[in-house]
Design a protein around this ligand. Structure first.
Ligand code: C5P
Length: 406
């Protein structure tokens, strides 16, 4: 079995706080999972753990000084900031978070964090009042905006006999969050307390009791998104048209047939923090559904008059009250994917469009893989590589969690 962090190099920045002693255990756990660990200790950290201990456990000399001649000759702060796969800051003190958010470079740790282009995970730990202070929460929001991933803090008893959020996440939680970050997934429990609403599958619009019109849709992508959101700790409602897929674990599934029933189920499931409309809703339905099966007759085929279905995505995205803060649409196109997606985002009023090319040659329809583009409200386009639909879902949920400030 390959270890989850095999061949990964982690730069561990140890901040100054009573929780710094746990960073020694973190080094061991990272190494047990295959990572190579190099440590940087702030001056504050050295009041709690020694560079010697960190160096002995990591198997590499720990670094402490920006202007240390030996350090700079040996590796240098810029190479420290480059030669790894990720940077973990544990414990991240209130002061360390403030320095990161402010872009300071006043010691080796801060300079490395400013110079690095690697993904950064912070594990905050501090007194509960310091954590809840508006300044710390402001810095946290800024760091999240900058793409920094966060694990913890946990709620519990603190060194000062106070209780509340502020305890350093456990080493195994930090390792799990690091693995998730490196794999582009949302960290476990990142969406805890959030309600995510997903539509998936086709709708069936009855012509008569035995016939219907529908779009082609397996529901694989929508169901995978619901599963990934549940994995990330969200409460998930999946409103699904007729599919042959099993219900994803830990998800509340509402089964519907028609677009009108799907809209009603979506409205009944609100409020939601994030709504993802992945269903392939039929744009039209037969204007008149007959209660009896239409018989073949000498008069030739019957005419089929159609009427427009409600646009569920547009209805929810344009709601005056109770609009989910983050509304995501899909755009399955066979040509001019980006132009169509940009037009669609404006027309529907959603925040993000996940666009994909579904021309027959791509094999996306009913297949297990998908190549998507993310188109933002500002017209920005991000192209993702071809991935399993499960992986597209995990990455999308990680992105939505970040956009939702989770
Ligand atoms: O307009 P078009 O069908 O291409 O838009 C696709 C997006 O709109 C998808 O997110 C789809 O789930 C949603 N949609 C909807 N209700 C409709 C039609 C599309 O929610 N009636």
């Amino acid at each position: 079995m390959t270890l989850p962090l095999a061949n990964r190099r982690v730069l561990l920045v140890i901040g100054g706080g009573i929780a710094a002693y746990k960073s020694l255990d973190l080094i061991r756990r990272l190494r047990e999972r295959g990572a190579a660990v190099r440590c940087v200790l702030t001056k504050g950290a050295q009041s709690f753990v020694t560079p010697l201990a960190a160096g002995a456990l990591s198997g590499e000399r720990a670094h402490t000084d920006l202007f240390d001649r030996e350090d700079e000759a040996d590796i240098g702060h810029i190479r420290l900031a480059r030669q790894a796969d990720a940077v973990v800051v544990a414990p991240a003190t209130a002061n360390m978070m403030a320095r990161m958010a402010g872009g300071h470079a006043d010691d080796l740790a801060a300079t490395v964090l400013l110079a690095t282009t690697l993904p950064i995970l912070i594990a905050p730990a501090m007194n509960v009042r310091m954590w809840l202070h508006p300044a710390t929460q402001r810095n946290l929001a800024l760091l999240r905006q900058d793409g920094v991933a966060v694990v913890g803090p946990n709620i519990g008893a603190m060194a000062e006999a106070e209780t509340g959020p502020g305890r350093l996440a456990e080493p195994q939680e930090i390792v799990a969050a690091l693995v998730a970050m490196l794999e582009g997934r949302a960290a476990p429990a990142q969406l805890a307390g959030r309600h995510v609403l997903v539509t998936s599958g086709p709708t069936h619009e009855p012509i008569d009791p035995v016939r219907y019109i529908a779009n082609r849709s397996s529901g694989k992508q929508g169901h995978a998104i619901a599963a990934a959101a549940a994995e990330a700790g969200a409460r998930v409602t999946l409103v699904s048209g007729p599919v042959t897929l099993p219900d994803p674990a830990g998800v509340a599934v509402v089964r519907v047939e028609t677009a009108r029933a799907m809209l009603a189920a979506v409205e009944a499931a609100l409020p939601a923090d994030i709504a993802v409309f992945a269903a392939a809703v039929a744009d039209w339905r037969p204007a008149a559904e007959t209660g009896e099966k239409i018989k073949k007759g000498p008069g030739g085929p019957p005419g089929l008059a159609l009427t427009e279905n409600p646009d569920i995505l547009a209805t929810i995205a344009q709601r005056a009250a109770g609009r989910p803060p983050l509304v995501v649409g899909f755009a399955a196109e066979t040509q001019a994917v980006v132009d169509n997606a940009r037009a669609k985002i404006a027309r529907k009023g959603c925040d993000l469009i996940v666009a994909n090319d579904v021309s027959a040659a791509t094999g996306v329809m009913g297949g297990d893989r998908n190549t998507v583009l993310l188109v933002g409200r500002d017209g920005s386009v991000e192209t993702w590589p071809t991935l399993d639909k499960d992986e597209v879902a995990r990455r999308l949920v990680a992105r939505l969690a970040a956009l939702a400030g989770a």
